[in-house]
Design a protein around this ligand. Sequence first.
Ligand code: DAK
Length: 258
Amino acid sequence: MAVQLTRVEEFALIRLNRPKALNALSFALVRDLARAFDEVAASDARALIITGAGEKAFCAGADIAELGGRTLMEQKRGAELGQATFAMLDRLPIPSLAIVNGYAFGGGLELALACTFRLVTPNAKLGTPEIKLGLLPGYGGTQRLPRIVGEARALEMVLTGKSVDAQLAVAWGLASRIVEGDAKAVLAQGMEFAREFSGYSLPVLSLAREAVRRALDTPLHEGLKIEADLSTLAFNTEDAAEGTSAFLEKRKPKFKDR
Ligand code: DAK
């Protein structure tokens, strides 16, 4: 299977598994990813972690061998398939984390950008080299990248095709931190990172993600209204009652995801 979905303790783990092609995203793989995201959404996992098989790459992008010889309408449908699939990831009810273990180019970077967080290994290289192929990103990169790193840095990446290393990725806010060691150690650090939030109320985490996400495409006065609505909605959860009571009673809260 080119997409392996497993369970590691309380987390869902997706491993892109085409290491000989540096985990390139064939259209079939993208469809498999969509099915996996559906399964994750219906599961009781507390976060999703995505990584790539092998030592070299998270994902080297769209499968270039499949890109040629298609009509413009087929290309448009291809872009829409990639965008819709990555939107499923962005909209999962639980947070997600990409462990970028090596190259994340083109569609591979776009997959990571649709995750809530990114961690990078020291050998990671992140980039949008499409321009070198006479193309531009088609799976959400031109929209998500500037929202994460800002317009000038996004333009620098998209127009030059130059990649960013692990340290610069962290400096630019493209990744949250660097994780080191073999695949097992890196996964353990990813799980440790995810545990910094995964014990909190899932519905409240989801409302918080929604509020922050809306900040990026909404004028301030509208965004503040959205925040008032979503934060009020959080007060309606049993978990909000539990969290505030637990504080006053000086005990640890027991959230129930309700
Ligand atoms: N697609 C297919 N195969 C790939 C691949 C890719 N993206 N990247 C690597 N491979 C394959 C290589 O062909 C090679 O296969 P064999 O020759 O062994 O059979 C194997 O993986 C190992 O790669 P290399 O031998 O090249 O390994 P190196 O360590 O020397 O180099 C590299 C690693 C990552 C620097 C290099 O492989 C590379 O530059 N890869 C291409 C990276 C890239 O350009 N990615 C962006 C792809 S474009 C759309 C619009 C736009 C897009 C999609 C759709 N629509 C409107 C529908 C564009 C999306 C993209 O992602």
